[in-house]
Design a protein around this ligand. Structure first.
Ligand code: NAD
Length: 337
């Protein structure tokens, strides 16, 4: 927080529709007098000692501000490019991916009243990247699970539940098959649950969770679900589908020190530069950021204005069935503030 009473936040506008949707966030935030000063940084990869890296200034900015809002980054097609998203995750040790999935009134899907939260372990498990050919035609991929990473994400899940007033944490696993790896995850979850007596803890097999969720997601409404990497990757997109797809889904990547909040969707090159993008997912990610920073009043005010604008259905973007341009939608949210 600076002497002017404002918090500096790193802004990675990103590629494609990134700058357009970031503009909506900036406009709405200045209209709502949110005490935030944006520090825009460029994360276009540079070549350093033969490797593509994120510019040092961008890393320094996030390290200084602790919090960043990020638009989508296009992953260059072709060999040898590490995904920038993965690089950011590794650089800042963003160990937990948080995805709230809440039905949006005014955007009808086959499911009503969904309101669940998924927390995915973000650093290891099936995505450790340890793969090799044993002999021709036989490939081994190693799922690495450590006590340290399990404990970190599980503790975060319990703490998160407590902070947002949810009373139940459920671990999602396949410890029946992956007895040792998921078994470790599950046993640490049970151990830790004792430290949180106010929170009810239980566990469920992943296949069972999928079946039950697509049948009726509402029993998951009071819960925080926490799970290893691959399960979280798949289940969180399934949950996004329940509420209307990736265009509306926010997320937060939480690290030891720094956290980066971002929309779940990509850079939408097919509509970039045309003023057609829906900024809601990035806006809702910024709301998660405000809550993370303890700026709850501003978060509530802007969130209400967003939901009101969508529920009215008069000024919504094409992906939601409307005709509004990105800036017209943002103006409607500003009027609703
Ligand atoms: P995408 O999410 O960019 O687009 C999928 C479809 O959804 C497109 O038709 C697009 O127009 C639409 N869409 C997405 N966001 C929208 C929005 N806010 N408003 C309206 N419509 C929206 O997925 P893709 O086409 O597979 O990926 C494009 C690029 O984005 C790729 O380079 C990919 O690597 C990258 N990507 C980045 C991230 C990230 O930075 N977190 C995530 C996914 C994809």
């Amino acid at each position: 927080k600076g002497s002017d009473g404002k918090y500096t936040v790193t802004l990675i506008e990103g590629d494609g529709i990134g700058p357009e949707i970031a503009q909506s966030v900036k406009d709405i935030y200045s209209a709502a007098n949110v005490p935030i000063k944006w520090e825009p940084v460029d994360v276009t990869p540079r070549l350093k000692d033969g490797k593509t890296v994120i510019p040092d200034e961008a890393i320094a900015s996030v390290q200084k501000n602790y919090v960043a809002l990020k638009g989508p980054l296009a992953t260059p097609v072709g060999k040898g490019h590490v995904s920038l998203n993965l690089t950011l995750r590794r650089t800042f040790n963003l160990f937990a991916n948080v995805r709230p999935c809440k039905s949006i009134v005014g955007y009808k899907t086959p499911y009503d009243g969904v309101d669940t939260v998924l927390i995915r372990e973000n650093t290891e498990g099936e995505y450790s990247g340890i793969e090799h050919v044993v002999v021709d035609g036989v490939v081994q991929s190693i799922k690495l699970i450590t006590r340290e990473a399990c404990e970190r994400v599980l503790r975060f899940a319990f703490q998160y539940a407590q902070d947002v007033g949810r009373t139940k944490v459920r671990a999602v696993h396949k410890a029946t098959i992956m007895k040792m790896s998921d078994g470790l995850f599950l046993s640490i979850a049970r151990e830790l649950s004792k430290e949180y007596p106010n929170i009810e803890f239980d566990a469920e097999l992943l296949d069972n969770t999928c079946l039950k969720m697509v049948t009726d997601p509402t029993p998951y409404n009071d819960k925080v679900l926490v799970m290893p990497n691959l399960y979280g990757d798949i289940l969180s997109d399934m949950c996004a589908g329940l509420i209307g797809g990736l265009g509306l889904t926010p997320s937060g990547n939480i690290g030891d020190e720094c956290s980066i909040f971002e929309a779940v969707h990509g850079s939408a090159p097919d509509i970039a530069g045309k003023g057609l993008a829906n900024p809601t997912a990035l806006l809702l990610s910024s709301i998660m950021m405000l809550q993370h920073m303890g700026l709850n009043e501003h978060a509530d005010q802007i969130q209400k204005a967003i939901f009101k604008t969508i529920a009215e259905g008069k000024t919504i973007t094409g992906d939601l069935g409307g005709k509004a341009k990105t800036h017209e939608y943002a103006d409607a949210v500003i009027k609703a503030l």
